[in-house]
Write a protein that binds this ligand. Structure first.
Ligand SMILES: [Zn+2]
Length: 445
């Protein structure tokens, strides 16, 4: 599985992470289903933006991109995204790209333009447009020809190798192709085929990468090898913020770090960004974040209740029936093109039913352990529950308050009980009244 990674010139934004989280969900689901997944995600550390950024900071390119690579790894760790098996950096694979471009020139798919750059001749590849359904004729008609585009033979052709220009400063490679740097599209062909072979199973990315990026990857790779490049392409739809396209000028642009600085739990952000089907547009809202927080808390609460359950009566098979019903629905939905929405809906039905049984003290210790084990299995896919914290002994003053509230409740002094609950909430302690008595947990930030 190959997934187009970040361009490391800035912190990644939540639109980027929507893609990376959908890919994480896909990978976790395949592993859950018993597939062995080899995952490659590239890091684009050479392009116009990274060059400009490093010049602005007066830093060598590598040092500049190192900073954002490190930040990216911190971000995916916070979001509980499983790292790829390999994270190749474009600048480490320039020789592979040069070899690929030479093959394309030898085979007549590439030519040197008037500006010494090397271009891919789109009209030489009959299959061009098969992924995005774009027609080359329409491209020709619609292409805006800018000044520097006179260097190529046709407006729709794209650069495989960019000849050095003074704006590139000290960023260049001296190769058989001349002094310059690789184009963006060739990076992904070279990096994916190096680690996954000439034909591999799955390629993912955002829908905005379908054309021209992925269309160009196919053209380059298939022209060079004569083989099918990828069997399955999966593209996630755009992310909107409060109903609008995310843009810095609209003030609705968020990196993960912006949201963490506002105090949101990264796992809640994870849950929200992955909970909509990947082929649907996703509208990010702060209201959505609040309800995601509630959803994650519901799952964690159930895990805690099961963990601490003292054991009631046997459910007489109800637990087993509910569990296999959930399993069938969850698996069936996820197998159906990752229908996470339906899968989560069935999970929350299950949570409600089990909570009901627990309230009635109708779940045995063994059943609690079974449900807890199954939840943990599902969490290997969802990655939002995590390790259940065991209740620690309460500090004395808090314990005193909890007991005082219990007495108030027994005496039916609801007002006093509520006041104490509010006081504890301020201290970060959340109370829950259950059939087995009052329970508490620390509120996550
Ligand atoms: Zn790519």
């Amino acid at each position: 599985m190959y997934t187009c990674g970040p361009t490391v010139y800035d912190y990644a934004h939540i639109g980027n992470f929507r893609a990376f989280l959908f890919e994480d969900l896909l990978k976790r689901w395949l592993v859950h289903r018993g597939f062995k997944v080899m995952h490659v995600m590239n890091l684009t550390d050479i392009d116009d933006k990274t060059i400009k950024g490093s010049q602005k900071q007066q830093m060598p390119l590598r040092k500049f991109t190192d900073f954002y690579v490190k930040a990216f790894f911190e971000d995916i760790k916070a979001l509980n995204i499983e790292p790829a098996d390999v994270f190749p950096r474009a600048t480490d694979l320039v020789p592979e790209m040069v070899t690929l471009i030479k093959t394309l020139m030898d085979k007549g798919y590439a030519y040197r333009g008037e500006d010494s750059s090397i271009y891919y001749a789109v009209c030489k590849f009959p299959g061009y447009g098969k992924l995005s359904k774009i027609k080359v004729d329409e491209l020709k008609a619609g292409a805006r020809v800018s000044q520097d585009e006179y260097a190529k033979e046709e407006a729709q052709d794209f650069a495989l190798w960019k000849a050095w220009t003074p704006e590139d400063g000290d960023v260049f490679w001296e190769t058989e192709l001349g002094k310059g740097r690789p184009g963006w599209h060739i990076e992904c062909s070279a990096m994916s085929m190096k680690y996954l072979g000439e034909t591999f199973d799955i390629h993912c990315g955002g829908v905005d990468n379908m054309f021209p990026h992925h269309e160009n990857e196919i053209a380059q790779s298939e022209a060079a090898t004569g083989k099918k490049f990828v069997d399955y392409w999966l593209h996630n739809e755009h992310l909107l913020v409060e109903g609008k396209k995310m843009a810095k000028r609209l003030g609705n642009f968020y990196t993960l770090r912006d949201l963490l600085a506002k105090g949101y739990d990264p796992i809640v952000i994870r849950y929200l960004l992955m909970s909509t089907h990947y082929r649907q547009q996703f509208n990010f809202t702060f209201e959505g974040l609040e309800s995601a927080k509630g959803a994650v808390e519901k799952l964690r609460n159930l895990a805690r209740r099961l963990h601490d359950a003292n054991g009631g009566k046997e459910s007489k098979g109800t637990v087993a029936t509910l569990t296999s019903k959930l399993e069938a629905c969850f698996d069936g939905s996820m197998d159906n093109d990752l229908d996470i929405g339906t899968a989560l809906a069935s999970l929350f039905d299950f949570v409600r039913e089990i909570n009901g049984l627990l309230d009635e003290n109708k779940v045995s210790k063994q059943e609690s352990a079974d449900i807890g084990g199954y939840l943990m299995q599902l969490d290997e896919v969802l990655g939002v529950i995590g390790k259940v914290e065991v209740e620690e002994a309460l500090p004395l003053d808090i314990d005193g308050l909890v007991q005082k509230r219990e007495q108030a409740r027994k005496a039916k002094s609801w007002k006093e009980a509520d006041a104490i609950r509010a006081q504890l909430k301020v201290m970060g302690i959340v109370l829950e009244d259950t059939a087995q008595g009052v329970r508490w947990h620390k509120e996550k930030a």
